[in-house]
Design a protein around this ligand. Structure first.
Ligand SMILES: [Fe+2]
Ligand SMILES: [Fe+2]
Length: 498
């Protein structure tokens, strides 16, 4: 390593403007940089800072270029700056600054939202990536330098100082860098290349997709409280109210009552009938008619279908078993048996079609999903619908088991693959064990269904009801008893309990 006096002599002898051949001096004095790493070169030069580098800019530039050629790579970005800082002196700095700014050219190119390249050409001013950021006005909190390159060369030019033009060798710099937006930048960070997809909602016309609301077992009926002379409902008025709200919101083409809308406990010929269940049928018919009328009001243009369940069939069975001559008896000029459920509920006045007898199938929209009350009930959650689906080649919705069960499968038809769904929609009766014939701890669940039909396949929404509440399409629905309203309409104050 050369000693200090020798270096001073190099500077004095070879770095003057008229002796710019610093490289040959460097070689002459035996400082061989070839084959050294940049770290070694920096260590070699560190005792000799170019505090007065303007005296030998060409020499320094040549030295760097030579070193770069021999080392085989670009100098570290912060390295040349430490050795090539323009000299001190307020006047000179000011002049140089003006000159540098005037000569600086900044070019930015955005490849996309997250990538940018910057090219700065300057004299003296830009000599490393930090200064590049300053000159190009880059926010390094937002952008990260991915890679960069520094080129430098010298040109001769005249610089005016105190009115006197002096020939000077000027260092030129080109600093280029590729930048990428930081992941956690203050502007929100890296933006996904794919961007945010446009919201694409194809709204079908009402004619394109048909809708049906499916309302399962309500088991309307009462247990009489003789002490207080009141009728305790076994149907759940809050669940009924939610069903009406769903119908009103959907405004469907179809409403389907899945059967067992009446419990008709006192008509059972199989189970013992408690005194508390006696003389409740008329009130049950009256109140159910009120709820059916509420649904009709909520869907004035819908086709409404009432499927017979096993509980409705109790009336006909009881008549056949006890008074066969009365079963099927019609009033003169009437087409319906006098004791039919349709007649008893006056469904005609509500334009509701009654589908019976119990077990009858009904297909929505001709070829749409089958709706039926259901005739099977297997023990074990999910087992009833699993069994039905196994044998099915068509979508179908049932009630009867009072629990929501849902399963679907793909089948392969001559028209191609098709998804079919089997679902038990649950019930809207009380699930706290008050319905006659069940244990006090049931596993029943309340819901209504909303089925969509596009002409080829069905799409079922199950809308669960839990303790008088439901969330339907993001909106909380709260059911109300409406008992004062019903009692007033039916003129039966005994409906109001407690
Ligand atoms: Fe049933
Ligand atoms: Fe039922």
């Amino acid at each position: 390593m050369p000693n200090q006096p020798k270096w001073q002599k190099i500077k004095r002898d070879f770095c003057a403007p008229d002796r710019p051949d610093f490289l040959s001096a460097w070689r002459t004095y035996g400082v061989v940089l070839k084959g050294k790493t940049w770290t070694e070169i920096r260590d070699t030069l560190s005792p000799y800072p170019f505090t007065d580098a303007e005296r030998c800019p060409a020499g320094v530039a040549k030295h760097l270029r030579w070193a770069a050629d021999n080392v085989g790579s670009t100098p570290p970005t912060d390295w040349p700056h430490a050795y090539a800082q323009p000299g001190t002196g307020a006047d000179k700095a000011q002049i140089d600054r003006k000159r540098d700014l005037a000569s600086t050219k900044v070019e930015k190119k955005f490849t996309d939202d997250n990538h940018m390249s910057v090219d700065v050409r300057a004299q003296h001013l830009v000599m490393n990536l930090d200064q590049l950021a300053d000159v190009a006005n880059l926010d390094l909190d937002t952008w990260r330098v991915k890679d960069g390159k520094v080129n430098t060369w010298t040109t001769a030019m005249k610089v005016k100082r105190d009115g006197v033009e002096t020939p000077e060798v000027v260092r030129n710099w080109q600093v280029t860098a590729n930048l990428v937006r930081r992941l956690d930048g203050p502007d929100g960070g890296f933006r996904p290349v794919i961007g945010t997809p446009n919201l694409r909602v194809e709204r079908s016309t009402p004619q394109a997709v048909k809708t049906a609301v499916i309302i399962p077992d309500s088991q309307n009926g009462y247990i009489r409280d003789f002490d207080n002379d009141t009728f305790i409902p076994i149907h759940d008025r809050r669940a009924w109210d939610i069903a009406v709200q769903v119908v009103a919101k959907v405004n469907p083409d179809y409403v389907v009552f899945l059967g067992d809308m009446l419990d008709l406990a006192e008509w059972s010929t199989r189970f013992p009938r408690e005194a508390a269940l006696e003389n409740t049928t008329q009130t049950a018919l009256d109140e159910l008619h009120w709820w059916l009328a509420a649904v009709r009001a909520a869907a004035p243009h819908a086709k409404i279908v009432y499927i017979e369940g096993n509980h409705e069939s109790r009336v006909q069975r009881a008549l056949v078993e006890t008074m066969n001559h009365a079963a099927g008896l019609r009033a003169v000029n009437d087409t319906e048996p006098a004791m039919s459920i349709s007649r008893l509920l006056d469904l005609k006045s509500l334009d509701v079609e009654y589908v019976g007898p119990y077990g009858e199938d009904y297909y929505l929209w001709g070829d749409g999903p089958n709706v039926g009350h259901g005739t099977k009930a297997r023990s074990g959650v999910g087992s009833t619908i699993t069994g039905i689906l196994k044998e099915s080649h068509h979508s179908g919705y049932t009630g009867h088991i009072h629990s929501v069960e849902y399963a679907s499968k793909q089948i392969h038809t001559h028209r191609g693959p098709k998804i079919i769904t089997a679902a038990s929609i649950g019930c809207i009766c009380r699930v706290d064990g008050v319905v006659p014939g069940v244990s006090t701890k049931t596993n029943w669940t309340q819901a209504v269904g909303v089925s969509h039909w596009d002409g080829e396949q069905d799409f079922l929404e199950v809308v669960p009801i839990n303790n008088g509440k439901s969330v339907f399409r993001g909106e909380m629905l709260v059911g109300e008893e409406r008992v004062e309203e019903i009692a007033a309409a039916l003129r039966k104050p005994a409906l109001i309990c407690g």
